[in-house]
Design a protein around this ligand. Structure first.
Ligand code: CDP
Length: 200
């Protein structure tokens, strides 16, 4: 299924979401924000008092939750679109996402999503390296640190998250060997999108 997937990975503030949505719109294909899935598990864990260090408990929670990611993020029938962006979630999500059991379950669902939609644009940290290593096109977006902080309100958290995401043993944030790397620091969204469409 990977041959119909466009993988867009990169750190927070690199412009992934905006660019991925625009590419999906241009191509008329489905779009999935995989970060919203890790955020959903984290939100419910915080709500239920499951420790962010409890890998087993978090993996069980991930397997148990019904997570729908689309225009809105809906978990077990509850709209959590705003809740998953809360500062508490920003602060905990990278720790939750580092547990192999959590990743195994969410990666499994992401592959299912790819099969159900017959491909599409998927945005995350490990789409090109782990979820769909045979993706049709792999894009890794970067941006200078100052610019990434400017684009985000939670600048301190972003730095910490990038450090955790890049150094975790399982599926660390990094560009796939065959990814095209685009530095978006001085590029407008349209220019980034145009470069990706050109590559296709
Ligand atoms: O939108 P932003 O770049 O701030 O982050 P996100 O895409 O919503 O992802 C939130 C967190 O989920 C990341 O910092 C990672 O810890 C984790 N994540 C991941 O591990 N793998 C993915 N494919 C997507 C997100």
């Amino acid at each position: 299924m990977g041959e119909r997937v466009i993988a867009i990975d990169g750190p927070a503030g690199s412009g992934k979401s905006t660019v991925a949505q625009a590419v999906a719109r241009e191509l008329g294909v489905a779009y999935l924000d995989t970060g919203a899935m890790y955020r959903s598990v984290t939100h419910v864990a915080l709500e239920r008092g499951i420790a962010v260090t409890d890998g087993e408990g978090l993996a069980a929670l991930a397997r148990d939750l019904e997570i729908q990611v689309g225009q809105r993020v809906v978990v077990d029938g509850v709209d959590v679109s705003e809740a998953v962006r809360a500062p508490a979630v920003n602060g905990a999500v990278s720790t939750v996402a580092a547990h192999p059991g959590v990743r195994a379950e969410l990666v499994r669902r992401q592959r299912m999503w790819g099969a159900t939609h017959q491909g599409g644009v998927m945005e995350g940290r490990d789409i090109g390296t782990v979820v769909f290593p045979d993706a049709r096109l792999k894009v890794f977006l970067t941006a200078g640190e100052g610019e990434r902080a400017r684009r985000r309100r939670d600048a301190a958290d972003v730095e910490q998250r990038d450090r955790l995401d890049s150094t975790r043993p399982v599926s660390p944030l990094k560009a796939a060997d065959d990814a095209i790397v685009i530095d978006t620091t001085e590029l407008a969204v349209d220019e980034v999108v145009a470069r990706i469409l050109e590559r296709l």
